[in-house]
Design a protein around this ligand. Sequence first.
Ligand SMILES: Cc1cc2nc3c(=O)[nH]c(=O)nc-3n(C[C@H](O)[C@H](O)[C@H](O)COP(=O)(O)OP(=O)(O)OC[C@H]3O[C@@H](n4cnc5c(N)ncnc54)[C@H](O)[C@@H]3O)c2cc1C
Length: 457
Amino acid sequence: MDKNKILRNLEKIVGKDFVSNKPEDLYIYSQDPGASLSRPTDFVIMPKTVEELQNIVKLANAEKIPLVPMGGGLTLSGLVIPVKGGIVVDMKRMNKIIEINEYSKYALIEAGVTTGQLLSYLNESYPNLQPPVPDAPPSATVAGNVLIHGSGYLSQKYGDHGAMINGLEVVLPNGDICKLGSCSISPFWFARGPIPDLIGLFISSFGTMGIISKVSIQLFDKPKFREVVFGLLKDPKDIPNILLKITETGLAEDVILGMQDKPDWMKGYVFVIAYVTGESQEEIDSHIKTFKRVYRKANARYMKTPDRIRNVYLEKPIFAAAAADYRKGGGFEYVGANMPLEKIPEAYKRGAEISKKYRIVPTLGSRLIGGTHNIVMFFSYSFNRADTKDMENARNALHETNKLALELGGIPWKAELAGQQLILEKMDPNYKKLFNSIRNTLDPNRIMNPGNWEVNQ
Ligand SMILES: Cc1cc2nc3c(=O)[nH]c(=O)nc-3n(C[C@H](O)[C@H](O)[C@H](O)COP(=O)(O)OP(=O)(O)OC[C@H]3O[C@@H](n4cnc5c(N)ncnc54)[C@H](O)[C@@H]3O)c2cc1C
């Protein structure tokens, strides 16, 4: 590839200020905050409009250069570190909030809008509406999050964030701009169907199918009051029972479990953290009474929480961020894995054993998705970023955990390259064949994030 010629052509598309091949600019794009090894990239570019994005894709397709779409770059599992070099397309300048529809309750936004930006805009201008947000840093993009089946405090009730997508505008690998969902027919981006649903192709495919330029995401009514109700379980075996009893009440907004050996007062317990909401304090008080009863019946102890702790949990984010502080160096990465409820006790027990084997403080958590239809379990490993051996140790722990999740019938979430290969090994061969043939049809030159979801037939 003639890098100078490509740079000149990219500069023509976005202007000199928004493309670079200088090592000092590329450095940050060759790594992420997780435990992955860094990998080089050739260019970084920041388009402002869909037309610029389209021209970048057309150029990359003609020159057969890999493209890696990037939002906040915060998945931790190396998903935006190029595998085969090429151009990182940093979407942050495409950051317009285009429409808030209060009737059909959706936000139509460009793909570079961050979760913090949307949240603060709604808080200010539409205080009765709330968006789905993860417990990730606020510089994570809404698109990057919904495109990896992210989850957050609304997921217990409404499902993962991928399920909350109403519509997408996508630049396909050949440069075509394509609308998916009701927006392909109607001026309203209010629904996904009723037409053949192709939106799923773009979720958890890690940028291999095209680059999303716009997304319509569902919004929800904001309750007036919110409270957190803590319970303590001694034995992880009781987890399925308590979660079933909690969801039977229909009262929980969000339910999180935490089991970690630090700080010392948390050791030896499973913390049940349930959020309840209501329109009045009386309603909240009555929900808390119900929860006390549920906890008692499920072998758990209700825990009255000091305001200091209660306020932290009401503000979020919680476990994942705290885990980073347990070791010198500040690094952490987790295997998130979608698990069936019945396997959660064994996953906790064996997850803690893996942590101990790798001399890492056990830090495990989980969140309910859609009642008990699905549990996202977090096996978190901290490491010292300045110590390559320690990072390798964390990578080994992550790999063993991916294997455990699959052995227990779960599926690693936003899996890094090695985890993707473990998943593909277990996948129905015809699923792989179908996925690969769709990918080859859309992207015969394999420019879209090559190296990810690579099916070796
Ligand atoms: C402390 C901490 C807490 C976290 N807690 C949560 C949590 O509670 N819930 C949760 O879901 N996640 C959580 N995460 C994980 C992650 O940060 C989030 O999911 C985040 O929202 C990902 O968004 P991003 O913009 O960083 O995506 P990126 O990492 O930039 O991208 C994610 C994937 O989507 C692709 N992509 C991005 N933009 C586009 C586009 N426009 N078109 C096509 N493909 C695209 C990328 O290529 C990549 O494969 C947490 C992370 C941290 C560090």
